[in-house]
Ligand binder design. Structure first.
Ligand code: NOJ
Length: 472
């Protein structure tokens, strides 16, 4: 039997408290996900939307308390849904007690983070240098993300042990597994050599052997579901993907597969036209990997229908008709949510990333209006807005709605032998936004024609010409 799981991602502030999320579980359950992945709910100063954790074993009061969490786990269980927590391993918040102690040179904690006498010339993912001076410690510390997100030193066995305890703590509270943030950049090779690398950084810490070994140590004796979020997807060869997922992970996103369509990395500070052909070829390649998790949206991307100028049903067909064992639906995707109408004032943006993009564009000489236009289009804050539950209810009642289409296509993905087992062939070179492919199994063949440009209708037909599913 193939291992296949459907994941549903929730960015919690977009729904509300843990109680609000629990209340919505019966609705979400109609898509029959195996897991709900919650973006971080831990105590956090919220500089990076929860990805800056100040205590991994406390729930941020904005979401409720441990009792609420237990309730959420048990209600989800009634619907056969496991809860996945988001484990931010690479860094903590600078408000974390470990960092407070480390900067004060506490003997136990002094090597919990990466401290250097001289900074290296690496750049951070959020712009600016990856090393900052810390007055208290009198040294430089590494932060691959914001300066308030110091990188942990995973070469220190005490740090690994801390996370073993954290993992146990949550599995004891009934979690079914974890999504692991920035999974492939935990250990930095170049730091050991002491030689200042000529290149600016990324290649020095991208999926080293140590990182894979640390992850395997962390997860090897747990019977849980684990899904990795590796950084720098476009650089990830399939060999590296296999190495990363070999033991530690059941599945892995390769974020580059979404970003390949129009951006470089996931730092959306440039506008590129959508390159559909390149995107499809990349997906076609990655879908051959058993552990590949296909997502078309996340809390880090603008909404797919706006980004790809495409019909939500056709996008759903792309995600669920390709041979993917671990598709991941991002909350609100199932009602075709588009980009939000975001403010024209950068001060209204909560996310570090939008501000970084704005600053960079202004520095490059763009006017305020030009910079804001860009931010509104590319910001990940687009995907973090409250879900429109009114629209959800309306769509429930409409047989032809996007929501009911999603329910139908996820059911097909789960039950249809051709979609479960079928071989995959690209039929012909794709035109702009048109993807033609086949799935075949035991004498049955599905012909799939997807047109993201909307010029022609999208359909999946069986060998006799009968419609299996179509967007019209
Ligand atoms: C990836 C997460 O998805 C993103 O939201 C976050 O900003 C970075 N990792 C840093 O944790």
């Amino acid at each position: 039997m193939k291992k296949r799981k459907l994941i549903y991602q929730i960015y919690p502030t977009a729904i509300g408290s843990l109680r609000d999320i629990t209340e919505k579980i019966p609705l979400i359950a109609k898509l029959q996900p195996d897991y709900i992945w919650l973006s971080p709910i831990f105590l956090s100063p919220w500089v990076d939307g929860g990805y800056d954790v100040s205590d991994y074993c406390k729930i941020d009061p904005r979401f409720g308390n441990m009792g609420d969490f237990r309730k959420l786990v048990s209600v989800a269980k009634q619907y056969n849904i496991g809860i996945l927590l988001d484990l931010v391993l690479n860094h903590t918040s600078s408000e974390h007690i470990w960092f407070k102690k480390s900067e004060r040179h506490d003997p136990w904690y002094k090597d919990y983070y990466v401290w250097l006498d001289k900074p290296l010339n690496w750049g951070s993912f959020f712009g600016g240098p990856a090393f900052d001076y810390n007055e208290n410690r009198g040294k430089y510390y590494l932060h691959l993300y914001d300066r308030s997100q110091p990188d942990l030193n995973f070469c220190n066995p005490r740090v690994v042990k801390e996370f073993k305890k954290i993992i146990k703590f949550w599995t004891n509270h009934g979690v079914a597994g974890f999504r692991v943030d920035s999974a492939n950049v935990l250990a930095e090779d170049a730091l050991k050599s002491g030689v200042l690398p000529r290149i600016s950084g990324f290649f020095n810490y991208y999926q080293t052997k140590e990182t894979v070994a640390i992850l395997e140590k962390l997860f090897c004796d747990e019977k849980i579901f684990t899904i990795a979020e590796p950084v720098g997807g476009e650089f990830m060869s399939r060999a590296r993907f296999r190495e990363l997922t070999r033991q530690a992970f059941d599945a892995s996103f390769n974020v580059g597969t979404i970003d390949i369509a129009d951006t470089f990395f996931s730092i959306k500070d440039r506008l590129y036209p959508v390159n559909y052909r390149k995107w499809f070829h990349t997906l076609a390649k990655w879908c051959q990997e058993d552990k590949f998790s296909l997502a078309i949206e996340s809390h880090d991307t603008p909404r797919a229908p706006s980004r790809f100028h495409a019909d939500p049903k056709t996008l759903a067909m792309l995600q669920f008709l390709l041979p993917c064992n671990f598709p991941c639906i991002y909350q609100g995707q199932e009602i075709g949510t588009k980009n939000a109408k975001l403010s024209n004032n950068i001060d209204d943006y909560p996310g570090v990333q939008s501000r970084m993009i704005y600053r960079r564009l202004r520095k490059e000489g763009k006017t305020k209006a030009q910079a804001m236009k860009h931010v509104r289009l590319t910001s990940r804050d687009n995907a973090r807005q409250p879900i429109d539950w009114g629209e959800y209810v309306l769509q429930e009642a409409n047989e032809k709605s996007i929501l009911n289409f999603y329910r139908k296509i996820t059911k097909l993905w789960r039950t249809d032998p051709v979609l479960i087992n079928g071989d995959f062939h690209v039929r012909k070179e794709t035109k702009k936004g048109v993807f033609d492919f086949e799935r075949s199994y035991r004498g049955e063949t599905y012909y799939i024609h997807l047109d993201l440009s909307g010029k022609t209708k999208s359909y999946c037909k069986n060998i006799d010409g009968g419609i299996v599913i179509a967007n019209h």
